[in-house]
Design a protein around this ligand. Structure first.
Ligand SMILES: Cc1cc2nc3c(=O)[nH]c(=O)nc-3n(C[C@H](O)[C@H](O)[C@H](O)COP(=O)(O)OP(=O)(O)OC[C@H]3O[C@@H](n4cnc5c(N)ncnc54)[C@H](O)[C@@H]3O)c2cc1C
Ligand SMILES: NC(=O)c1ccc[n+]([C@@H]2O[C@H](COP(=O)([O-])OP(=O)(O)OC[C@H]3O[C@@H](n4cnc5c(N)ncnc54)[C@H](OP(=O)(O)O)[C@@H]3O)[C@@H](O)[C@H]2O)c1
Length: 270
C-alpha cells in the first residue's frame, strides 16, 4: 500500500474541501491549494483549523495561516513536514483530488485593522511564518493603507526561501494586484547558515541598521512604522524587544498599536 492510500476519505464530513494543487519545495516544506467554502469570509492574515481524519476516524486538526489573499477563489497553505508530526507526517502525502477538513472559522491577530495608520509596514517572518504574509502581500488593502511594505524573511538555507521568492516575483505581473504593488514592496530575504547575497538574522539586521542601509530607507521609528511578526517563539520574543527598542508597542484587534505578533507554531521546533 502506498502512503497516499492511507489518507482516509473525508467526503461525508460537512467541512471537507478538495485539494486542487500540491507543490513540494524541499524535503521539509510544501504548499497546496484547496477549494474554498462558498460561505467562508476571512481577513488576509488570519488562520483556520485544517486537518485529516485519524486512524479512529476522528478529526486531527492544526492551526494554519491562510497563505492566499481574501479575494482568491481558492485557499492556499504553506506547510512544514514534521517527520513524526501527527498531522504533517500524513498531510505531506496529499494529492490533487484528496480531501482535507477545513473548519471555516478564521481568526488571528495579523490583520491590518490591528495596526494604527502609518506610512510603512514591516512583515517579519522566519520559516513557515511567511504564510500570513503571502496572504497580506497579495492583499490590495496593504498597499492602500501603506506607502511602503518591507518583507523580511529569514531561513537557515536558501532553498527554504524559494516559496517566498517566487511569490514576490509573481506579484509584478499579477493582473489583479501588480499595478497596486508597483515598487512599494521591498523584499529582504536572508539565509543564516548558507552563503547568500543577504545573510543574518532579522533581529541583527534591524539592530545593526544593515537592512535600512541595504534598502536605502530611513531607520524604523514609531511615528511612521508598523510591523507584523510571525515566527518561532524565540524569534517572536527577540524581535519584539527590537521593535520596542525602536519605540513600537504591541497592539491587538481590540486595541490597535504599532505592531502585532502571532506564533508560526507552538513548541521549540522539530
Ligand atoms: C496560529 C498558528 C498558525 C500556524 N500556521 C502554520 C502554517 O501556516 N504552516 C505550518 O506549517 N504550520 C503552521 N502552524 C503549526 C501547525 O499548527 C502544526 O503544528 C504543524 O502543522 C505540525 O503539525 P503536526 O501535527 O505534524 O505536528 P505538531 O505535533 O503540531 O508539532 C510537532 C512539533 O513540530 C514543530 N513544528 C510544528 N509546526 C512547525 C512549523 N511550521 N515550523 C517549524 N517547526 C514546527 C514544533 O516543535 C512542534 O512542537 C501554525 C500554528 C499556529 C499556532
Ligand atoms: N532548517 C533546516 O534545514 C532544518 C532541517 C532539519 C531540521 N530542522 C529543525 O527544524 C526546527 C525548525 O527549524 P527552522 O529552520 O524552520 O526554524 P528556526 O530554527 O526557528 O530558524 C529559522 C530562521 O530563524 C532564525 N532564528 C531562530 N531563532 C531566532 C531568534 N531568536 N532571533 C532571530 N532569528 C532567529 C534562524 O537563524 P539561525 O540559523 O541563526 O538560528 C533561521 O534563519 C529546528 O528545531 C531545527 O533543528 C531544521
Amino acid at each position: 500500500m502506498t502512503e497516499t492510500a492511507t489518507i482516509p476519505p473525508v467526503k461525508h464530513l460537512p467541512d471537507a474541501q478538495t485539494v486542487t494543487s500540491v507543490r513540494h519545495w524541499t524535503d521539509r516544506l510544501f504548499s497546496f491549494r484547496v477549494t474554498r467554502p462558498q460561505t467562508l469570509r476571512f481577513r488576509s492574515g488570519e488562520f483556520v483549523m485544517i486537518g485529516l481524519l485519524d486512524d479512529k476516524n476522528k478529526p486531527l486538526l492544526r492551526a494554519y495561516s491562510i497563505a492566499s489573499p481574501a479575494w482568491d477563489e481558492e485557499l492556499e497553505f504553506y506547510s512544514i513536514k514534521v517527520p513524526d508530526g501527527p498531522l504533517t507526517s500524513r498531510l505531506q502525502h496529499i494529492e490533487v483530488g484528496d480531501e482535507i477538513i477545513l473548519r471555516p472559522k478564521p481568526v488571528g491577530t495579523l490583520v491590518i485593522d490591528a495596526l494604527l495608520p502609518g506610512k510603512r509596514v514591516w512583515f517579519l517572518a522566519t520559516g513557515t511564518g511567511i504564510a500570513p504574509f503571502a496572504s497580506l502581500m497579495r492583499e490590495p488593502e496593504t498597499y492602500e493603507k501603506f506607502e511602503e511594505v518591507v518583507m523580511m524573511h529569514t531561513c537557515r538555507t536558501v532553498e527554504e526561501l524559494e516559496y517566498g521568492r517566487q511569490l514576490v516575483e509573481s506579484l509584478k505581473d499579477d493582473p489583479l494586484i501588480g499595478e497596486l504593488v508597483g515598487d512599494k514592496l521591498k523584499y529582504y530575504p536572508t539565509a543564516t547558515r548558507e552563503e547568500f547575497h543577504h545573510r543574518g538574522r532579522i533581529t541583527d539586521n534591524l539592530m545593526s541598521g544593515k537592512v535600512f542601509e541595504d534598502l536605502g530607507i530611513a531607520p524604523m521609528d514609531a511615528e511612521h512604522d508598523r510591523a507584523m511578526v510571525c515566527g518561532s517563539l524565540a524569534f517572536n520574543k527577540d524581535v519584539m524587544e527590537v521593535l520596542e527598542h525602536f519605540g513600537l508597542r504591541e497592539g491587538a484587534n481590540s486595541e490597535p498599536r504599532e505592531y502585532v505578533v502571532e506564533k508560526a507554531f507552538v513548541g521549540e521546533g522539530i
